[in-house]
Design a protein around this ligand. Structure first.
Ligand SMILES: Cc1cc2nc3c(=O)[nH]c(=O)nc-3n(C[C@H](O)[C@H](O)[C@H](O)COP(=O)(O)O)c2cc1C
Length: 404
């Protein structure tokens, strides 16, 4: 556990630390990533591709047409390599020019302020205004907005590059949009094929179901409503032994659940077949164990993976599968009932340009959170200050598994 002396925290719980800053319509978003080892090649095009993926999907609002995110790395990377120093990434908000006078840093002209007069149900507007004692919700939504998740995707991409060095890959796909859902799960091959696409519709592995999902979005577009859904993040080639049951907050399932739940609009997280397992007998749930001479990490095999690759808070060598359940988008073109902040009179909730469906994009943001979590666990297990040192530790551990 961390020990605080004055304002300095010794023994922080995680080696990999990160946080973000920035308002939705402010000048820029910034993400900080501290604890990455030296010597990791950073591929700028990969960061930008990940940012592009987060901006795609059928049902996104007008903003995605204005923004084309690019990751501007400010620190921690030199000559295309990490140098062990904190990494700071800046994402410019292209829309800032239209907001500079409404959201000035210095004291501005109150007439130019774009207040949000009535809190929107399902947003942080009311709770945030009450908490921070704002007379209206502009500054609340500026930070509560999922625009922030772009900053996480930028540093999540760096975490993915580290995981790749250790043979791990993290991707996502969409399980359902509204009431339309794929029948069976998706194989890793199918998910990989999705990621290679140059056009992202709803990131569903089944083309026919994807068209039905599009129909769900069209339906709510017509009625001024919105829709949610479920995405699944899959981490491939995760070795057994990440995370631990030794402490409640070191369990991999707990860490992944918190990481994915922290994304805007995610209201439930499922590991493996967690939800259906609750209604099934144990014999139908637990993944029977077999043995053969060789395997990716050990000779132990599983007939299925209902556990989602985690048992007792420890990765067990199977694919790690995490699902996020998204509520429907809160901003509605046909707004719900609210109250005017100033007069307390009943009014329709304020409307800001908005997406109506973000399930594929949320999946991409969740990939970043899963990658950051797994990278943190990997650094704790194989830790070292350089990639060379980490790879040496990693290979030694793989050898130990092989000889088990
Ligand atoms: C990628 C992504 C994009 C989002 N875009 C919007 C949007 O355009 N309009 C909206 O009302 N909510 C959007 N949301 C959801 C809200 O940010 C979120 O529901 C709101 O901040 C309240 O937080 P909570 O749902 O986590 O309680 C988006 C969420 C994600 C993950």
């Amino acid at each position: 556990m961390p020990v605080a002396v004055g304002s300095i925290v010794y023994n922080p719980e995680t080696m990999l630390r990160y946080f973000t800053a920035g308002e939705s319509h402010g000048e820029a978003l910034v993400a900080f990533l501290s604890g990455m080892p030296a010597g990791l090649k950073v591929d700028q095009a990969f960061l930008d591709r990940e940012l592009w993926r987060r901006q795609q999907g059928y049902g996104r609002g007008g903003r995605m047409k204005i923004e084309r995110d690019t990751a501007h790395i400010l620190s921690g990377v030199r000559d295309g390599m990490t140098i062990g120093s904190p990494i700071a990434v800046l994402l410019e908000n292209k829309d800032w020019k239209n907001w500079a006078e409404s959201l000035p840093v210095e004291k501005g002209d109150p007439a130019k302020h774009k207040g949000v007069a009535s809190p929107r149900p399902g947003h942080a507007d009311l709770a945030g205004a009450l908490k921070y004692n704002f007379p209206e919700a502009r500054y609340v939504l500026e930070r509560a907005s999922a625009r922030e998740s772009a900053a996480r995707v930028a540093i999540g991409a760096v975490a993915k590059l580290l995981l790749r060095k250790l043979g791990m890959e993290v991707l996502s796909h969409v399980i359902s949009v509204g009431e339309v859902s794929i029948e069976n799960g998706a194989t890793w091959k199918q998910i990989q094929a999705l990621q290679a696409r140059e056009e992202i519709l709803l990131s569903c592995v089944d083309a026919e179901v994807e068209q039905q999902m599009k129909g769900e979005v069209d339906r709510v577009l017509k009625t001024g409503d919105s829709v949610g859904g479920v995405f699944e993040v899959v981490a491939q080639n995760v070795p057994p032994g990440l995370g631990t049951y030794a402490q409640w907050d070191e369990r991999l399932d707990a860490r992944l659940a918190a990481a994915v739940m922290s994304l805007q609009a995610v209201k439930a997280v499922e590991i493996g077949a967690g939800i259906s397992a609750a209604a099934s007998p144990g014999s139908a749930v637990h993944d029977e164990i077999g043995y053969q001479q060789t395997g990716p990490f050990t000779g132990f095999t599983r007939a299925r993976n209902n556990a989602g690759g985690i048992e007792g808070g420890v990765s067990n060598g199977e694919e790690v599968r995490v699902r996020g359940y998204l509520k429907p988008i809160s901003t509605l073109r046909r707004p719900l009932q609210s109250v005017d902040f100033a007069t307390r009179e009943p009014v329709k909730a304020a409307y800001e340009r908005s997406d109506v469906c973000v399930v594929p994009a949320a999946g991409v943001a969740a990939e970043a959170m899963v990658a950051l979590t797994l990278a943190g666990c990997a650094l704790e297990k194989f830790g070292g200050d350089s990639i060379t040192e980490i790879l040496r530790n990693f290979k030694g551990y793989l050898e130990q598994l092989k000889n088990y």
